[in-house]
Structure formats: structure tokens, C-alpha cells
Write a protein of this length. Structure first.
Length: 234
């Protein structure tokens, strides 16, 4: 009897110790981006001509089809660039003539709202969208746009300051801010999803410098602890 009781107790402790991580959902998709600023929803690309939008509970809300072929989804937001109450997202589309990505803003109806051309929409501060040229030598290097919506100070700090890469774009060194309570690994991937580098994050530092001089030009994704971001090497 004692032996049986011990087995039951050990099984219970095993579930307590190792049962914290469970699969919530999974998707067959080419790209995914989580909402920023005024929405907790997220968007996936079931193919590179469509965007599907889900709320934070993984409940499907909207499919936008017939889009031009794109490389990835940059942002998903609502009431930031327009005040229509509709979802809005920025897509990176590859221009074979100029051999570069271009960035276009669409709404949930698939309507093209704005073309940022070769300027990457990097961050929003003080209700201004800051964009950087992704082509070396392009002038002007920075363009700043007024936005229609208001994201609030807390949202701006949460997105822009606590987890960001700078200078962005970069050609030699890039610095990434982070916040961890223990040693964690940050994974850096290229736009195809291939792992380029793994770096260890020290909780005592809060910022890490990465030498990207050996990286090919393009967009890179970095992630740790469920957070993710992007930077450009030029």
C-alpha cells in the first residue's frame, strides 16, 4: 500500500514540476507577427498572398486574400495609422527591379493605404512613425510621419524601449536591449527562418552587442522568452 501511495505521489509531483508548458495552438504558416500598440491580436500568413488575423485567444477573425506576394508581415495594429476601427498591417514586398524590400500599409479589406517604398517602419514615438532607408546611400536616410491614432506613452515604452535594437539598420555592430531574470538564449534567424546565431543573455547586463559585419544584407529576426523583434543589416 505504501509503495502504491509513493508512486501516486511521485506521479503528482512529476506533473507539477514538468506540466507547466502545454501546447496552446499551432499553425501551418509562412510568417507570423503579433499585434503592437493598440491590439493584442496576431496575424499569420497561410501563404505569401494572404493574411489571417486571430485574436489573443487564437480565435479566427478575418482573412485578407489577393494581396501582392510579400516576404513577411511587419506590423499588425488597429487605430494607429487610421481611425477606421479596422485592422491595419504593413507588408514587406520584394521588388525584383530594385532588388530590395518595399513596405506597404494595408487595411483588413486588402486596401492599399500607403507605400513607404524602401523605408523600413522601425518604431513609433510621440505619435510619429520613424522609418529608415534599407538601401545604402539612399537620401534622406530617415523619414518621419505623423500618424492618425494615439498609442499612449505606456504602449510606446513597452514596444520601443524595453526590447529594441539600435542602430537599426546597422552595418557593423548592433545593440539589443533585453530584460531577463535568469540566463537565457536569444536566437537570431534570417528572413527564411534559418538560425544564424545563438547568443546568451546575462540578466545582470540588460543589453548585448552583436557583431553583424559578417552578415549578409537583409532583415533578421531575433527572439527570446516569447518576445521577438527585427533588425536590418545594410
Amino acid at each position: 500500500m505504501k509503495k502504491v501511495l509513493l508512486i501516486v505521489v511521485l506521479a503528482f509531483l512529476s506533473n507539477v514540476c514538468f506540466g507547466q508548458i502545454t501546447l496552446f495552438n499551432s499553425f501551418n504558416c509562412s510568417a507570423i507577427t503579433f499585434g503592437a500598440y493598440n491590439t493584442n491580436s496576431f496575424a499569420i500568413a497561410p501563404d505569401l498572398n494572404s493574411v489571417e488575423i486571430y485574436n489573443e485567444n487564437c480565435i479566427w477573425e478575418k482573412r485578407v486574400s489577393g494581396l501582392p506576394t510579400f516576404s513577411y508581415i511587419v506590423y499588425l495594429s488597429k487605430n494607429v495609422f487610421t481611425l477606421s476601427g479596422k485592422y491595419e498591417f504593413i507588408l514587406a514586398t520584394y521588388n525584383s527591379v530594385t532588388s530590395r524590400n518595399e513596405f506597404k500599409l494595408y487595411n483588413e479589406d486588402g486596401q492599399l493605404l500607403f507605400d513607404f517604398e524602401g523605408y523600413y517602419p522601425a518604431s513609433i514615438k510621440n505619435n510619429k512613425l520613424i522609418t529608415y532607408s534599407i538601401t545604402t546611400g539612399m537620401s534622406p536616410y530617415v523619414k518621419i510621419y505623423n500618424i492618425a491614432g494615439s498609442i499612449g506613452l505606456n504602449a510606446a515604452e513597452n514596444v520601443d524601449n524595453k526590447f529594441c535594437a539600435y542602430p537599426n539598420p546597422a552595418s557593423s555592430m548592433i545593440n539589443i536591449k533585453y530584460s531577463v531574470s535568469d540566463m537565457q538564449e536569444m536566437v537570431i534567424r534570417d528572413i527564411s527562418g534559418k538560425i544564424i546565431e545563438n547568443v546568451l543573455l546575462d540578466p545582470a547586463q540588460g543589453e548585448i552587442g552583436i557583431n553583424v559585419s559578417g552578415y549578409s544584407k537583409g532583415v533578421y529576426l531575433y527572439s527570446y522568452g516569447g518576445l521577438s523583434g527585427k533588425f536590418i543589416v545594410q
